[in-house]
Every structure is written in C-alpha cells, then in structure tokens.
Design a binder for this molecule. Structure first.
Ligand SMILES: Nc1ncnc2c1ncn2[C@@H]1O[C@H](COP(=O)(O)OP(=O)(O)O)[C@@H](O)[C@H]1O
Ligand SMILES: [Mg+2]
Length: 372
C-alpha cells in the first residue's frame, strides 16, 4: 500500500494544456475517483501516475518515492484500462499468469496468486476458457484479475466498467475494501463516482474543481459546475434577484419569490439588489399536499409540462413564467401535463452562485464542524 501524491502537475501536448496545476494527496488505502466530462484530463492524469505519459511540469510521488523518472514497470502499480485487451490465444489462467511469468515468478507463487484472484473475482470456473468464450463482464473480471495478481501498491483504473454490469461496480468496491490497496479510478459517470469513491476529484478542462467526499460534494458544491454535475436529475438553476428587506432576504425570480433561511441570508446580504443563480435540487422541491416540506414563503406556482412516473417518485417539469424547473415529487401525487401546481421549496437546501464567476456564494445548510 502506498500514498500517491501529485504536486503542481501539468501536462501539455503542444499547445493543448490537458492538465493544469493538479494537486492531490491520497490516503493510504483510499479509493479516489476522478470524474468529469470527456476530455477533461482524467486519463492523461492517470497515465502520468502510471508513467505512460511524461509529466510536463510538477512532481509525482508513490509512497515517498519521486517517480517522475521511474519507468512504469518499476512503479509498483497495476492498471486496468478502458480498452483492455486479453490475449486471444491464451485461456483465462494464462492471461492472468502472463505478467508474473514475464517477471519470472516461481510457478507455485503464480498458481497461488491466480487461484486467489480467480476466487475473489468468482471466475474459478472459467480458468480454462478462451476470451472469446466469455461475456463482456467476465472479460472485465479477467482484466481485473490480471491487475490483482500483481499485488501492486496502487491500482489505477480507467473506466473499467464502461457501461457494463452495475453488479461488478459493487464488487469492485468490496474488493478494494478487502485488498486495502490505494486505488485511483477514472469515470465520466457521476453515479459511479458517488458510489465508489471515498473521495472524488471533480475535473473540468484539465482543472480540479473540487476534491471532497461524495456527500460533501452533494451538499456543499464549490461552484455551479460541481453543483450541476453531481446529482441526478441536475440541480435547477434560476436567475434571481437578491432583495434585502430589513432582516429578511429574498430570492426573487420571474413568477415567484422565496425567502432565504438565516444561513444563506447572511451570505446573500452583500448581493442585495444584484442577480445571482439560485440553485435547488429536484428532490428539494415538493408538491403541496404531498410533501413534508412546510409551506412558508417558499411557494412556486407553475404548469406541469412533463410528468414521468417512476414509482416511488414522479419527475415533473414545471414551467414557471418561462423557466422550467424539474421536481421529484411523491409518486402518488396525481399530476399530469397541463395541471397548475404549487411547488414548495425546501429553503434549508437552497444554494446561491455568483453569476460572473459561477463560484458558490453560500448554501442554506451549515457544514458540520466534525467530518463524517
Ligand atoms: N496524445 C495526445 N496528444 C494530443 N492531445 C491529447 C493527447 N492525449 C490527450 N489529449 C488531449 O488532452 C485532453 C485531455 O484528454 P483525456 O485525458 O483523454 O481526457 P478524459 O480522459 O478526461 O476524457 C483532451 O483535450 C485531449 O484531446
Ligand atoms: Mg479518458
């Protein structure tokens, strides 16, 4: 096991800056996920850690060792790629054993490691099969097995699950916990990131936007990008004017006005008279009569455009004076397109962002002083 540390790491491909001033230190045994849209620099960063890509500027440490000039094979890492390729002419056992054979491990040691990995990955019954006789998910397990048998200090995984079975995701999490190996996992899928990561690094355009636990990213996004990227459906953003009336602070948008709670009000006060982005997640909007959110100065009236029943909840798109808000309401609420409805906003879950910088102005929730 080892920590991985990146200090002021940059990557340039000619004029393209793929990674900008990347700083991160993992804990020992931590599961860190890099998430962000395609092209944001996730793979490039991972490849620099693996030693497959040179660092333009900055330092990378694995454990206490500066590895900038250490070749990949001496970094004590194992990587599972997006487009893993198994050797087609070798069976599963041979595919998993191959790397160890190259390194001249004793036969018994190879056998022990391959069987142990096969047991963990539940592919013992497939050891004699050729890759073409396997399903996509089974092939992915074999690719994972090839990495496990190396018993590396660090696992690097680049979208190893790309749209295959979600069950394997759960198993990767279990496996990582069990092996306790520091793991860096790349995905563009925020749900995958939220379920796997102890901590998540959210990236955009080669830059880290925020590094935090899944819940902190959800509750306390640092900017509008993170707020919109984490959570599904996405947070609603509404242009609103800040109205200060004595000790009351309101967010006023076309068609409605909600009162900020004291925590958010304090952050909004300097913006009195100005416009901000008000942010509220679909799950923090309820339908009057079908929600535990109390009615106060938080009513938003509009017309239902779309209603998608999902069972426990119904996702509705509500047009409010030209702006469409998405709300996740009680699945038993009788709503259909064309209905006039009253939504109640949970004012303890509002967010506000600067319209110029997109940075967070404030959240209605207070960050607990003790971390969870
Ligand atoms: N070998 C390369 N040469 C030039 N540009 C590259 C190369 N590899 C990646 N890039 C560019 O670097 C940026 C980051 O790419 P990448 O790390 O693959 O993103 P991600 O994995 O997040 O989708 C993109 O703009 C991509 O086009
Ligand atoms: Mg990639």
């Amino acid at each position: 096991m080892a920590k991985v540390r990146l200090e002021h790491v940059w990557k340039r491909f000619g004029k393209v800056v793929a990674v900008k001033d990347f700083n991160l230190e993992t804990e020992d045994g931590e599961f860190v996920v890099f998430v962000g849209p395609s092209g944001c620099g996730k793979t490039t960063t991972l490849r620099m850690i693996a030693g497959l890509e040179e660092v333009s500027e900055g330092r990378i440490y694995i454990g206490d060792r500066l590895v900038n000039d250490v070749p990949p094979k001496d970094r004590d890492i194992a990587m599972v790629f997006q487009n893993y390729a198994l050797y087609p002419h070798m069976n599963v056992y041979e595919n998993m054993a191959f790397g160890l054979r190259l390194r001249r491990y004793p036969k018994e040691e190879i056998d022990r490691r391959v069987k142990e990995a096969a047991r963990i990955l539940k592919i013992e019954h497939l050891l004699n099969r050729k890759p073409r006789e396997l399903s996509g998910g089974q092939r992915q397990r074999v690719a994972m097995g090839r990495a496990i048998v190396r018993e590396p200090k660090v696992f690097l995984m680049d979208e190893p699950l790309s749209n295959l079975d979600a069950k394997l995701r759960v198993e990767i999490a279990k496996l990582q916990r069990r092996l306790g190996v520091t793991t860096i996992y790349v995905t563009h899928d925020q749900v995958e990131a939220m379920t796997l990561g102890h901590r998540i690094v959210v990236m955009k355009d080669g830059e880290i936007q925020q590094v935090d636990t899944p819940l902190n990213l959800y509750d306390f996004p640092a900017n509008r990008f993170v707020a919109g990227f984490i959570g599904s459906p996405s947070m609603n953003f509404i242009r609103a004017r800040v109205e200060v009336q004595g000790d009351r602070v309101y967010l006023a948008a076309p068609g409605f006005r909600v009162r900020a709670n004291p925590v958010l009000a304090q952050a909004l006060r300097p913006y009195g008279g100005k416009e901000v982005w008000m942010g509220i997640r679909p799950e923090h909007l309820g339908l009057k009569g079908y929600t535990v959110i109390p009615e106060e100065e938080n009513v938003i009236r509009g017309e239902v455009e779309v209603a998608e029943p999902l069972g426990a909840e119904t996702e509705i798109h509500v047009s409010v004076d030209g702006t469409v808000l998405v709300a996740k309401v009680d699945g038993h609420a009788p709503v259909k397109p064309g209905d006039r409805v009253e939504l109640l906003a949970d004012t303890s879950r509002l967010h506000a962002f600067d319209v110029e910088s997109d940075q967070t102005i404030g959240h209605a929730q207070e960050k607990a002083t003790v971390s969870r």
